[in-house]
Every structure is written in structure tokens, then in C-alpha cells.
Write a protein that binds this ligand. Structure first.
Ligand code: AMP
Length: 115
């Protein structure tokens, strides 16, 4: 089977092959600014290892590190009034990059339910 990570855009960011505005990192995940920000703060938290989506992950330790880094990012960005963490999973949710990622969105009021 071909190595899915070879052409994965987030794996390329993890490997430093394409640029991104890095915000934070831990052993298992990195955080960088979304290119097409949907809020004043919009950061993506991405596991270093290639996991296609939440539906494909069986690794609670990595998921824990991703969520822990999302919380670190929110604190670092000063999102004291609250923020939203979103993990789009699969076509119905509009996942466009097939490498698991958590969006950290903040700096404005969030509507509920999301569209
Ligand atoms: P999703 O629709 O949940 O799969 O989100 C994918 C996100 O990745 C979108 O918000 C894109 O704007 C963002 N994105 C795609 N390519 C890059 C990139 N090279 N650097 C930063 N963000 C990106």
C-alpha cells in the first residue's frame, strides 16, 4: 500500500517541507494558523503521525495530546472568554484535509448549532 503521508499536506507541514505559521507544539502534535481563518483566532492542531480522521483513530494517547495542545493554544492566544474546538470528520462534516485536525476557533461569538 502506498504511504498516504507522502502527499498529505499536513504531513508536509509536520516534516517542514511546506511553510506554516507555527503556534505551539508538543511531542505528539503541532499547531499552526489556518490559511483561511474563520475567526480572529483560527489554529489547527494536527497529530505528527498520519491519522486520516477521528473515524480512523484507535490511539487515545495521541488524541489526548491533540486536545491538550488545543487547550494550550487557547490559553496562549488569550481566549479567556471561551473558544470552540471542532474536528470535522468525514464528508457529511465537510472534512477536506484527510489528516485528523482540531480547529481552535476564538475571538468572536460562536453561533450554536454550527451550520
Ligand atoms: P477541514 O475542512 O476540517 O478538513 O479543514 C481543513 C482546513 O485546513 C481548512 O480550514 C483550510 O483552510 C486549512 N488548510 C488547508 N491547507 C492549509 C495550509 N497549507 N496551511 C494552513 N491551513 C491550511
Amino acid at each position: 500500500m502506498a504511504d498516504e503521508s507522502a502527499n498529505c499536506i499536513f504531513c508536509k507541514i509536520v516534516r517542514g517541507e511546506i511553510p506554516a505559521t507555527m503556534v505551539a507544539e508538543n511531542e505528539a502534535a503541532i499547531a499552526f494558523r489556518d490559511l483561511d481563518a474563520k475567526a480572529p483566532v483560527h489554529v489547527l492542531v494536527v497529530p505528527r503521525k498520519h491519522i486520516v480522521s477521528l473515524a480512523h483513530s484507535a490511539d487515545p494517547a495521541t488524541l489526548g495530546e491533540v486536545l491538550a495542545l488545543a487547550g494550550d493554544v487557547a490559553r496562549q492566544e488569550g481566549l479567556d472568554g471561551g473558544y470552540r474546538v471542532v474536528i470535522n470528520t468525514g464528508p457529511d462534516a465537510g472534512q477536506t484535509v484527510h489528516h485528523l485536525h482540531a480547529h481552535v476557533l476564538g475571538g468572536r461569538n460562536m453561533a450554536w448549532p454550527p451550520g
